[in-house]
Design a protein around this ligand. Sequence first.
Ligand code: NDP
Length: 324
Amino acid sequence: MSVRVLVTGGTGLVGQGIKYVIDTEPANSPFGKQDGEEWFFVGSSEADLRNAEQTKKLFEKYKPTHVIHLGALVGGLFINMKRKLDFLRDNMLINDNVLHNAHEFKCKKVISCLSTCVYPDKVEYPLDETKIHLGLPHESNFGYAHAKRLVDIQNRAYKDQYGDNFTSAIPTNVFGPHDNYDLESAHVLPALVHRCYLAKKNNTPFVVWGSGKPLRQFIYSRDLAKLFIWQLRNYDDVEPLILSVGEDEEVSIKEVADAVVKALGFKGEYKFDTSKADGQFRKPASNKKLLGLIKDTGFKFTPFDQALQESVEWFLQNYEKART
Ligand code: NDP
């Protein structure tokens, strides 16, 4: 039976991570391409998924049997605060068009991508798969958060009404090759890489905003890619699944900045601007459910320093074509 996997958002950070794993792991190995599988990685130039007609044409062209749906308007805190309606509306349209067509084209499986930043602002930690809807999201990103939460609601409605096999994944902070390094819209880790790079180039101080003390869980895009591939083949439940390193693998912003300084060989002045806000101190997510499910797969997370080094090398080699 032929398996045709359509990856929306296939040109982005996570999509390119999946492409890398599919292209480089040995055929028929646990995370490699299997006989009979075809993978299609598409970005917005192939179809604007906010547009119903273009989305339908995309499905007509690729006739997917399976979909990993990553396509989204994505960004860091600053841009989320500035464009709440765009984040709400674009993502609602994108998700509705993709899920509707996946249903119409009788896809056997869809995994859509949520995020731990769509969780309630006031919630008991650690986050787990049962807590997504237990309160309002943080004010700063409520557009993105509500749009993403609706995917889980839609998945349940498709299953309830039609028995569709639609589910979702919840990654924590992702980083890796093909990240968004644009200083206005980047997430914290690629922003630190870019700012340290500029400090080195211009011989200026590397200033990290805040105290550096907050803790976050970072997952390497190529590790996340393997988990998506595993989930596509093995996980048939509408309940979302957190894809993350463990709570004991939280890294402080200072540790990230130290690793960036080391990876870039930056020798100049390096300081913290404590007049800038720190954000939440920590918002740990539990990967207990995931670890229970993948324990026999041989999967291992890449050590943070190694993953960061690989990402920085990609950034340096691709500065001209990266999103900067
Ligand atoms: P990127 O910004 O790197 O990639 C976004 C992808 O979505 C690109 O392929 C882009 O296409 C595509 N896209 C955006 N708008 C449209 C549109 N209107 N029509 C079609 N395609 C569109 O994001 P990530 O790879 O980081 O994110 C992938 C998924 O992971 C998203 O759903 C995001 O919410 C989720 N996520 C990301 C996290 C992170 O830390 N980065 C954390 C948790 C979840 P193109 O570039 O060709 O325009």
